[in-house]
Design a protein around this ligand. Structure first.
Ligand code: NAD
Ligand code: UDP
Length: 319
């Protein structure tokens, strides 16, 4: 049985990857220091005999006994409010953490896939973003701690590939959503749904004309699995190209939740990208991948999850 290490395994994406790898017949180790993760995301896996959890900070030396075939490096604060609260940890996990995991991959002769991001394109001047665009990042702006850590991560991963011949994969993930996001993580979808559920107005930052393109988590996980199994060492965009303005997105959430609140405007955070949409030609050609879940379908599934979570939390509060 092959063994895979998933860092950030108690997080939103990491926990879905643990599920998928177990379903594919791998033995899975989730490693996480729980700074933004939640054990509830993996509690259903503790009964599985092929699942282990290590509570560890990957920015410190990483040791895993026994063989390893694959490493999926997903540990990192990922939402703007998280990485603004934890700028140094964010820089460390993208740089020192990645270095530790590349070293581990070398020792174990494992293949490693690292989670990069559309943020490597910064506030992009090329639209939609293709993998050969080098980006427009402000290194000393508030988002620089995340963007530059991820750019360093790509550079050191490529260096291990070319210099040490390590088998590496780099996925550039665009905005992804779905069950197990934290209601309070500050990203736009949980923010809007949380506000709708609490009876508050929805806070659109700026005039709402900025765009994003949202990918449902199951589609993303499938793209990542295909990339891991491919022989392609260069970065690949995975995301859903269905672009929408944040104003329209807020209106969609109001319709979905049936809330009779309104959209209100708050100042746009510094360096907030004005437009973002992946060019997924490479993913289509190399991996035979494209997203299948429409936004309306994905939003319904995610809303059901959040409603349940709020209900359970309320029930626990009154216990
Ligand atoms: P998340 O916050 O839910 O998960 C990240 C996990 O990493 C958490 O469980 C956290 O506790 C853990 N972690 C952070 N630092 C750690 C450390 N030093 N050692 C061990 N564990 C640590 O976020 P997510 O959305 O699941 O993001 C996962 C990865 O995907 C991140 O690397 C992120 O940069 C990348 N990504 C996500 C998106 C997205 O839309 N969700 C987009 C682009 C890139
Ligand atoms: N946003 C918003 N209201 C919120 C949270 C976010 O209008 O309550 C905006 C934010 O300014 C950005 C977009 O929604 O333009 C996506 O933000 P998110 O934090 O989800 O991701 P990112 O900016 O990293 O794409």
């Amino acid at each position: 049985m092959k063994r895979v290490l998933v860092t950030g395994g108690a997080g939103f994406l990491g926990s879905h990857l643990c599920d998928r790898m177990l379903r594919e017949g791998y033995s899975v180790i989730a490693m996480d220091n729980l700074i933004t993760g939640d054990l509830r995301n993996i509690e259903h896996l503790f009964k599985e005999k092929d699942f282990e959890f290590y509570h560890h900070d990957v920015s410190k030396f990483v040791h895993v006994p026994g063989p390893l075939d694959y490493i999926l490096h997903f540990a990192s604060p990922a939402s703007p409010i998280d990485y603004l609260k934890m700028p140094i940890q964010t820089l460390k996990v993208g740089s020192l953490g990645t270095h530790n995991l590349l070293g581990l991959a070398r020792v174990k002769k494992a293949r490693i896939l690292v989670a990069s991001t559309s943020e490597v394109y910064g506030d992009p001047l090329v639209h939609p973003q293709t993998e050969d665009y080098w980006g427009n990042v402000n290194p000393i702006g508030p988002r620089g701690v995340y963007d530059e850590a991820k750019r360093f991560q790509e550079a050191i991963t490529m260096a291990y590939h070319t210099f040490h011949g390590l088998e590496t994969r780099i996925v550039r993930i665009f905005n992804t959503y779905g069950p197990r996001m934290r209601l309070d993580d500050g990203r736009v979808l949980p923010a809007f749904i949380g506000q709708a559920l609490r009876g508050q107005d929805l806070t659109v930052f700026g005039d709402g004309s900025q765009t994003r393109a949202f990918c449902y988590v199951d589609d993303l996980v499938d793209g990542i699995y295909r990339l891991l199994m491919s022989d392609y060492p260069y970065p690949v965009n995975i995301g859903n190209p269905d672009e929408i303005t944040i104003q329209e997105f807020g209106e969609e959430i109001l319709k979905l939740t049936g809330a009779d609140q309104k959209l209100i405007h708050k100042p746009l955070p510094k360096d907030d990208p004005k437009q973002r949409k992946p060019d997924i030609t490479k993913a289509k050609e190399i991996l035979g991948w494209e997203p299948k879940v429409s936004r309306s379908e994905g939003l319904k599934l995610t809303y059901e999850f959040f409603k349940e979570r709020v209900k359970t939390e309320k029930a626990q509060e009154t216990e």
